[in-house]
Design a protein around this ligand. Structure first.
Ligand SMILES: [Zn+2]
Length: 130
């Protein structure tokens, strides 16, 4: 599967896109083009986004419909420094140490996929946390 991040640098950067016509920055990239002005093809280019942002909201889930994730886990809405708002897993199971507006950064977390393979997953953590 095509990775949506670039781990050449730490924290990993997200593979987004920028519209050359209206300057909209988006994540994930939309293969059909810009959702704001409709530009497509060569007018829309891949752009690496900083894996940094601020927490807008978060919630801890204690019941999972999917069996390939263990509970509890915390999902956050994050406003990336480059503009797009993304939803992502936090790297801590609960939200006990999180506050709205905390600075967060991306981090790769190794885990075992349902197939048994070891995979890296992009999550977020409070900036400066170990
Ligand atoms: Zn556009």
């Amino acid at each position: 599967m095509h990775k949506l991040y670039d781990d050449e640098e730490m924290p990993p950067r997200l593979k987004g896109q920028r519209c050359g016509s209206c300057d909209r920055v988006a994540f994930p990239p939309n293969p059909y083009g810009c959702e704001t002005c409709g530009a497509f093809g060569a007018q829309v280019e891949e752009q690496l986004l900083a894996g940094k942002g601020r927490l807008l909201a978060f919630v801890t889930t204690h019941h999972a419909n999917q069996r390939d994730i263990s509970v509890p886990y915390t999902i956050a809405s994050i406003a990336l420094e480059d503009g797009p708002v993304v939803r992502a897993l936090m790297n801590t199971p609960t939200d006990s140490a999180l506050k709205v507006n905390d600075a967060v950064e991306s981090v790769l977390v190794g885990r075992q996929a349902p197939t048994g393979d070891a995979v890296d997953e992009l999550r977020f953590r409070v900036s400066g946390a170990d």
